[in-house]
Ligand binder design. Structure first.
Ligand SMILES: [Zn+2]
Ligand SMILES: [Zn+2]
Length: 327
């Protein structure tokens, strides 16, 4: 008989700890008093798309999954840009996400819709008191860099700098001078350009945790509820290929086939071509064409029998064990 699933006890949010999160959601309403210009809406769209890239390429593919390599200074830039979204520290984000993969759709999963329901998986776990701390042991590979730990602790520095810059820019474009920051000219850009895009980004990211574990198609037997959806993939620059990703999480691409649009991956290829990042991890052929891990092991044997690897000599470095498609 299958063992009954016993959910963990998860505590309810404490309102006074969540005032800032609530206020961020209310800030766009400030535009009722300031109005909003065409420029403000353009900033909103730009900051959504631009920062979604850093959520997926930074928080997710780099810090949580190490799906490519880069230099120490650019790694800091990645963390800083990701954190302009106000989704807490890069190490906090990645540590919790590693936990999610390890315990996907089991009671230990921080945000399983199957176990804890839609609202909890979407936002309840964020506002609840149970997942506030960073478990540095889980993210020790990056916690060894003091600058990343500093940024993780002072996670509001990047969004604050961006908010000030956006307000000054709005004051300049809408009103003619950056000194008009505290008039409608600057504040309207702050409310719509910065805060509205931040709120939409929250729910774009959260929807991967909630609805991408329920709605969509499942190509691979990933032993969890993860799904693929072209719509979410378009809205989140590639994160909607969530079943692919759960099946083979280390790949830099989440759209595994050419028709699976993954804009983050195309931009990562661009960054690789100019030398800012390297070693983008691909998807091995036996993974790509398999149904589940057992099938993948059979395919791997088959492919290796068809293309035996050359004998290893001392002078020639052996090729990596896994045949990878172009990455
Ligand atoms: Zn992941
Ligand atoms: Zn997931």
């Amino acid at each position: 008989m299958a063992q009954a699933v016993v959910p963990e006890v998860r505590r309810k949010p404490v309102l006074k700890q969540e005032i800032a999160f609530l206020l961020i959601h209310l800030m766009p309403l400030g535009a009722i008093w300031t109005g909003a210009t065409f420029f403000d809406w353009m900033v909103c769209i730009f900051l959504y798309v631009f920062r979604m890239f850093w959520v997926t390429a930074g928080y997710h593919r780099y810090f949580a999954h190490r799906s490519y390599s880069t230099s120490r200074w650019f790694q800091f830039v990645i963390a800083f840009m990701a954190q302009t979204t106000a989704q807490k520290g890069a190490l906090w984000w990645a540590a919790h996400h590693r936990h999610h993969h390890r315990h996907s759709d089991t009671p230990a999963d921080p945000h399983s819709m199957k176990i804890y329901g839609f609202w909890y998986s979407h936002v309840g776990w964020i506002v609840g008191p149970d997942f506030k701390e960073t478990d540095y042991k889980v993210i020790g590979d990056y916690a060894k860099y003091p600058e990343l730990v500093w940024l993780n602790k002072h996670y509001l520095v990047p969004p604050t700098i961006l908010a000030i810059a956006v307000t000054a820019l709005g004051a300049w474009v809408n009103g003619g001078s950056p000194l008009l920051m505290f008039t409608s000219a600057g504040l309207s850009t702050l409310f719509i350009g910065f805060f509205l895009s931040t709120v939409i980004l929250y729910h774009g990211t959260f929807s991967i945790n909630s609805i991408m574990h329920k709605f969509g198609t499942q190509r691979y037997e990933s032993n969890d509820e993860s799904r693929n959806s072209i719509w979410l993939a378009l809205l989140t620059l590639g994160e909607g290929w969530h079943n692919n990703h759960h099946y083979y999480e280390v790949a830099a691409r989440q759209g595994f086939f050419w028709w699976e649009i993954d804009i983050t991956y195309y931009i990562l290829k661009g960054l690789q071509s100019v030398g800012l990042i390297w070693d983008l991890k691909g998807v091995p052929k036996h993974i790509l064409h398999s149904k589940n891990k057992k099938h993948a092991a059979e395919l791997r044997k088959q492919y290796e029998a068809q293309n035996p690897r050359p004998p290893v000599s001392k002078e020639i470095k052996p090729k990596p064990a896994e045949e990878t498609i172009e990455a």
